[in-house]
Every structure is written in C-alpha cells, then in structure tokens.
Design a protein around this ligand. Structure first.
Ligand code: HEM
Ligand SMILES: *[C@@H]1O[C@H](CO)[C@@H](O)[C@H](O)[C@H]1NC(C)=O
Ligand SMILES: *[C@@H]1O[C@H](CO)[C@@H](O)[C@H](O)[C@H]1NC(C)=O
Ligand SMILES: *[C@@H]1O[C@H](CO)[C@@H](O)[C@H](O)[C@H]1NC(C)=O
Ligand SMILES: *[C@@H]1O[C@H](CO)[C@@H](O)[C@H](O)[C@H]1NC(C)=O
Ligand SMILES: *[C@@H]1O[C@H](CO)[C@@H](O)[C@H](O)[C@H]1NC(C)=O
Ligand SMILES: CC(=O)N[C@H]1CO[C@H](CO)[C@@H](O)[C@@H]1O
Length: 326
C-alpha cells in the first residue's frame, strides 16, 4: 500500500512538473503587462479607434499585417522592420503588395511608449491593433495573450516561401497552414477575413483572362461574376482595387461564405474551400442565414494564429521603434 501511494505521489509530482514546463514554453499571458504597463490595452484601443474614425479602410490591412507577421518567423513584429542598405526586409517582399498602415502602428507605439517606455513589444501592439481594428468593423472580440518579444531578423526572401499566394489550391493551402500548426478548420475560418477589405486586380486576373491558354476564364468562378470582374479589371491592370465582399466590405460578417458558396470567391484560394469535404461543409454551413458560428470560430482561430512561433522570456528584444531593431 505504502509503495503504491508513494509511486502515485511521484507520478503526480512528475505530471505537475510537466505542466509547469509546458506552460513555461508557451508563456504568453493575459496579465503579462499588469504590473509593468497596466493601461496598455486601453491605450491601444483608444488610439486604434481614433485611427478607425478617420481611416476605417485601414482595418483590413492592419488585420492582414498581423497574419503576415505571424506566418513569417512567427508573430515577432519582424514584418514592421525597414530594409537597410544591406538587407531587404519582409516589408519589401513581393506579398507586401497593398499592405499599408505601418504609420498607424508607429502612432500607437508612440502613445504606449509615452506611458511605459521600452516595455511593450511591437509584436504585441500589432496583435492588439489587429483585434481592435476588427472590433471596429463589428467583428468579434478575442482575448490577446501578451508577452511576445520582437525579432531582430527580417528577410524579404522569406515571405514568398511562407505566405500562401492567392493561386494556391486546397492541398497547398492545407499544407501551408499545417506548417504553422494550424488546422484545416483554422484555414477555412481565417479565410473568412476576406469579408473585409479590397484586392488588386492582379491578385486574381489570371482567373479572368486566358486561364488555361484558350482565352477562357476559371471554370470554378461564376461566369456572370467573372464578366463583372472583367469589366472592372482590364488585362494586366496593376492598380485597380476591387471589394472582396462587394457591398459589405466594411463589415466583418459571415457574408464571405455566402459568396464562396455561390462560386464568387475572388481568389483561387477562396474557391478552393469548396474542393475539400471539411472546408466545403463549413462554407455551406456558414452561408445559411441562421446559426453561423463564424464570429466565435474566428476569435478562437485568431488566438491560435497569434501564438505561432512567438519569442518569449529573454529571446529577442522590445523594440523602441517598430521599424528599427534597437
Ligand atoms: C488562406 C490563405 C490566404 C491567401 C491566399 C490570402 C491572399 C490575399 C490576397 C492576395 C489579398 C489581396 C492583396 C491585394 O492584392 O491587394 C488578401 C487580402 C486580405 N487578406 Fe488574405 N489571404 C489569406 C489568408 C488571410 C488571413 C489568414 C487573413 C487574416 C487573418 C487575411 C486577411 C486579409 C485581409 C483583411 C485582406 C484585405 C486587405 C486590404 O483591404 O488591404 N488573409 N489576401
Ligand atoms: C520605414 O518604411 C516605411 C514603409 O515601408 C516608410 O513609410 C517609412 O518612411 C520608413 N521609415 C523610415 C524612418 O525610413
Ligand atoms: C535570404 O537572404 C539572406 C540575406 O540576404 C541570405 O543569407 C539567405 O541565404 C537567403 N535565403 C534564401 C532561402 O534565399
Ligand atoms: C495542387 O497543386 C499541386 C502543385 O501544383 C499539384 O501537385 C496538386 O495536384 C494540386 N492539387 C489539387 C487538388 O489540385
Ligand atoms: C509546431 O509544433 C511543433 C511541435 O510542437 C514545433 O516543434 C514547431 O516549432 C511548431 N511550429 C510553429 C511554426 O509554431
Ligand atoms: C493565351 O495563352 C496562350 C498560351 O499560353 C497564348 O498562346 C495566347 O497568346 C494567349 N492569348 C492572349 C490573348 O493573351
Ligand atoms: C508598402 C511597401 O513597403 N511596398 C513595397 C513592397 O515591395 C516592393 C518590392 O518588391 C517595394 O517596391 C514596395 O515599396
């Protein structure tokens, strides 16, 4: 009996130590700045809301910026770093096309630095701004665990290899998300961000003109929609912007799935969600008028995305200016 209970105690101790080790490895916390910068969340929210009042179209690129940050070297603020004469940074990698809003991050960072200098990382600020910008468009709230540290490395040539391009098919998309430890469900849920914002014609015009080299358009795109898009996007147009969820591109809602279900998803990657049984089932379920779980699901997947490859503890640094390593 005595043997058995001491073995049990031993196993419990091991289990307990195991849990501590695991939670140390993943040490983001909702209370991370509760002593060092207790007002950080309210400052970020106030500054973000001020920006949203004058420039509501910045919400979409700011949300997208957090995604681009997390998929390249983890959520470490590396996508905010400027290129130098010797090194091309992520910002100047090809997928940055249309990314804007860097000035907003700087503005929020300046307000936070005034209250608690040198304490809050740019990676955390970006994660909070992405959340508050989404909220400003009536999207869901999600808790943002904090304590990310900023990376010191940013390489333009790492963007293409890590960010899925709009022409990816479902197999490639699933592999891209799996490589970041995100599931197929996360893929279909996070693609729902395309309910807001705009896209350059060049991101999808391959689907409109000469898709297979026979002067055709992509058969997975509704032909009427393709015709409408051709009237907006002349061949080789590099500058025109198209709303991704026409009529509702300023509201964060589940309309995206209705579009995709009608074969009106803008990118190959949007249409591809109909080509897999799990993602298809999700799209069709959200596209019904009642019982959408999209907003709750989105909040959950964003928390997961925000933890990809984070630097914690004494790794990296807390950058003073987001565009420059200290
Ligand atoms: C699933 C793979 C994804 C692909 C292939 C993809 C691709 C793209 C492309 C090509 C654009 C348009 C860029 C342009 O031409 O201006 C875009 C816009 C956008 N993406 Fe994605 N994206 C993906 C996932 C995500 C995720 C996970 C998020 C956020 C969590 C996101 C948020 C956005 C937003 C908000 C915009 C609009 C930006 C604006 O209005 O400037 N995307 N995406
Ligand atoms: C850093 O890069 C951004 C955008 O690429 C640019 O607007 C800004 O002027 C740069 N900052 C400095 C100080 O060079
Ligand atoms: C990316 O660029 C860096 C610095 O310019 C270089 O050291 C590295 O080998 C490049 N990586 C790839 C995959 O090309
Ligand atoms: C997706 O693209 C890859 C690479 O081009 C190709 O090997 C694969 O067969 C495609 N899968 C589907 C489902 O189309
Ligand atoms: C994914 O999980 C594996 C195993 O836990 C880990 O080694 C890897 O670093 C994770 N990848 C990312 C991008 O977080
Ligand atoms: C369409 O693609 C085919 C094959 O690549 C090419 O020969 C033809 O010139 C293209 N047509 C147009 C109008 O670009
Ligand atoms: C906004 C921004 O930084 N755009 C840059 C994207 O990358 C290209 C080079 O690929 C630069 O020329 C742009 O200035």
């Amino acid at each position: 009996m005595k043997m058995a209970s001491s073995t049990m105690l031993f196993s419990l101790t091991l289990l307990f130590l195991g849990i501590i080790a695991l939670s140390n490895a993943q040490s983001l916390s909702l209370k991370y700045y509760s002593k060092t910068c207790p007002k950080v969340e309210s400052i970020v929210k106030k500054e973000t809301n001020k920006i949203m009042v004058v420039a509501p179209t910045l919400a979409a690129p700011l949300l997208r910026m957090h995604f681009h940050d997390c998929f390249v070297r983890g959520c470490d603020g590396s996508m905010l770093i400027n290129s130098t004469t010797n090194s091309q940074a992520e910002k100047d990698g090809f997928p940055n096309l249309s990314l804007r809003g860097y000035g907003s991050i700087d503005r929020v960072k300046t307000a936070v630095e005034k209250e608690c200098p040198g304490v809050v990382s740019c990676a955390d600020i970006l994660a909070l701004v992405a959340r508050d910008a989404t909220l400003a468009l009536h999207g869901p709230f999600w808790p943002v665990p904090l304590g990310r540290r900023d990376g010191r490395v940013s390489l333009a040539n790492e963007t293409l290899a890590n960010l899925p391009p709009p022409f990816f098919n479902i197999t490639q998309l699933k592999a891209s998300f799996a490589s970041k430890n995100l599931t197929t469900k996360d893929l279909v849920v996070l693609s729902g961000s395309h309910t807001i914002g705009t896209s350059h014609c060049s991101s999808f015009s391959n689907r409109l003109y000469n898709f297979t080299g026979r002067g055709d358009s992509d058969p997975s795109l509704d032909p009427n929609y393709a015709a409408r898009l051709r009237s907006r996007c002349p061949p080789a147009d590099q500058t025109t912007l198209v709303e991704m969820d026409p009529g509702s591109f300023k509201t964060f809602d589940e309309d995206y799935y209705t579009l995709v279900a009608k074969r009106r998803g803008l990118f190959t990657s949007d249409s591809a969600l109909l080509a897999d049984s799990e993602t298809r089932e999700y799209v069709l379920r959200q596209a019904r008028t009642k019982g959408s779980t999209f907003l709750e699901d989105f909040a959950e997947s964003m928390v997961k995305m925000g933890k990809i490859g984070v630097l914690t503890g004494s790794q990296g640094e807390v950058r003073r200016r987001c565009a420059f390593v200290n």
